[in-house]
Design a protein around this ligand. Structure first.
Ligand code: 5AD
Ligand code: SF4
Length: 440
């Protein structure tokens, strides 16, 4: 038998890309490849790219420039570009970097093995279709190996919201949801292989509206209640949500579903109604804060995480202060914040831009405020007994690291046999980015 060919994958960007990379690796394993962590001995290199950050495409072009040397040492090496930069750039990638063999968009990666087969020896394939067929239905079985205790599961893709700063609706296309039975089968498969904590993924996950067992339209809340019935699955999370799609059933599930974790990533982007309108966000600062109140009524200890953009076109100091006030009101346990930067093709890119120095100063102030909130919430865990899902060993002998229900990393001395189980940990110390405790 021939030795398996080696596939090296580099993943950029969000959790959805992490999931997609896993699925692409599995597809290629069925086609006779095995994964390698060293690009030097690879027969195929796949870059799974992200388009959300500034100059994302340029960064991929320079990475491809670096890969040129690999290809001159090993002419049979195949190079593939997948993900959102592939979708956005298409055949342009080959025009600028002729040594690329395959360009595959996020909606057509189930065809990767077939594409790989016909590529090479100068034959190039670009597949950035939004095909009719069901991508997930066409992907083979998930990998058989035992898995880490936490896993991602994509349930929804694409977005119809068209926030004026964002490329996602252009690269990932319109919203679509996977059917409930497909998701349940995949979840069962993961649980049978040791997964205890599943994060349901979607660009706009709470807009989920998949086909249910009886053909009925099913909401994210209803899907969560179906997953709740799965023996062995202990924790359910979902990300990323839009405030306008937080319906009553989903809020109620946060109160009643014991497996649904008290952690919610709910981006607001700005606290100024004027800016929210220009961002095409379709909610106001007040409606967001009211929503947070209702979620906290259902689950008082829920940890709220957010996304913020500062220095959006026309943002005044008053607009920025409104964002700071919203943050003071909500008290975030976690947040991602960015200076606005233009994305070609999006409406906001055409508008007058703020000075970079002003953006940087505002970002600094906002991040300081959030860091203080984050740390005080983390500190408030000291003295509590928290259930922790133990995930892996650390560099320190005898120590494991795991996740609390609120997503804090927790270090604890415990035997390796406990990996994959939930243990009660008495928290004794709050560090920079983690907690330390001992088994109860
Ligand atoms: N500039 C800055 N931040 C952006 N994001 C998306 N597009 C832009 C942009 N043009 C941020 C938003 C989004 C997160 C994933 O990335 O906050 O929620
Ligand atoms: Fe982008 Fe999220 Fe707005 Fe959709 S809801 S356009 S993914 S920022």
């Amino acid at each position: 038998m021939n030795a398996a060919k080696k596939l090296f994958v580099k993943t950029y960007g969000c959790q959805m890309n992490v999931y997609d990379s896993e699925r692409m690796i599995e597809t290629m394993e069925h086609a006779g490849y095995e994964k390698t962590d060293t690009p030097e001995n690879a027969d195929m290199i796949l870059l799974n790219t992200c388009h959300i950050r500034e100059k994302a495409a340029e960064k991929i072009y320079s990475e491809l420039g670096r890969l040129k040397a690999f290809k001159s040492d090993k002419p049979d090496l195949k190079i593939a570009v997948a993900g959102c930069v592939a979708q956005a750039e298409g055949g342009e990638i080959m025009r600028r970097q002729p040594m690329v063999d395959m360009v595959v968009g996020p909606q057509s990666y189930h065809r990767l093995a077939a594409i790989e087969k016909v590529s090479g020896n100068g034959r190039k394939v670009v597949d950035i279709d939004f095909p009719e067929e069901d991508k997930f239905g066409q992907l083979g079985a998930r990998a058989k190996a035992r898995r880490a205790p936490s896993a991602f599961l994509t349930v929804q893709e694409g977005c119809d919201k068209f926030c004026s700063f964002c490329v996602v609706p252009y690269t990932r296309g319109v919203e679509s949801s996977r059917p409930v039975d497909q998701i349940l089968n995949e979840a069962r498969y993961l649980v049978d292989r040791g997964v205890r904590d599943i994060t349901l993924l979607g660009q706009n996950v709470n807009a989920y509206h998949g086909v249910g067992f009886k053909g009925q339209e099913t909401s994210l809340a209803a899907l969560i209640w179906e997953l709740d019935k799965l023996d062995g699955l202990q924790r359910i999370r979902f990300t990323t949500s839009h405030p306008n799609d937080m319906d009553d059933d989903l809020i109620e599930a946060h109160g009643n579903c014991a497996k649904l974790m008290p952690y919610l990533h709910l981006p607001v982007q700005s606290g100024s109604d004027r800016i929210l309108k220009r961002m095409n966000r379709s909610h106001t600062a007040q409606s967001y804060m009211d929503l947070i109140d209702r979620i906290r009524q259902a689950r008082p200890d829920i940890l709220i995480s957010g996304d913020f953009i500062v220095g959006f076109p026309e943002e005044t100091i008053e607009d920025f202060d409104a964002t700071m006030n919203l943050i003071r009101y909500v008290k975030y346990g976690q947040a991602y914040s960015f200076k606005y930067s233009t994305r070609p093709g999006t409406p906001a890119a055409e508008r007058d831009q703020l000075d970079e120095g002003v953006k940087a100063e505002r970002l600094y102030r906002l991040q300081n405020l959030i860091a203080t909130q984050q740390k005080s919430l983390q500190d408030s865990m000291v003295g509590r007994n928290l259930p922790v899902l133990l995930e892996k060993t650390t560099l320190f002998e005898g120590q494991l690291v795991g996740k609390s229900e609120y997503m804090h990393a927790v270090h604890v001395n415990a035997p390796e046999t406990m990996i994959g189980s939930i243990q009660l940990v008495r928290i004794s110390q709050s560090n920079r980015n983690s907690l330390t405790g001992s088994l109860c």
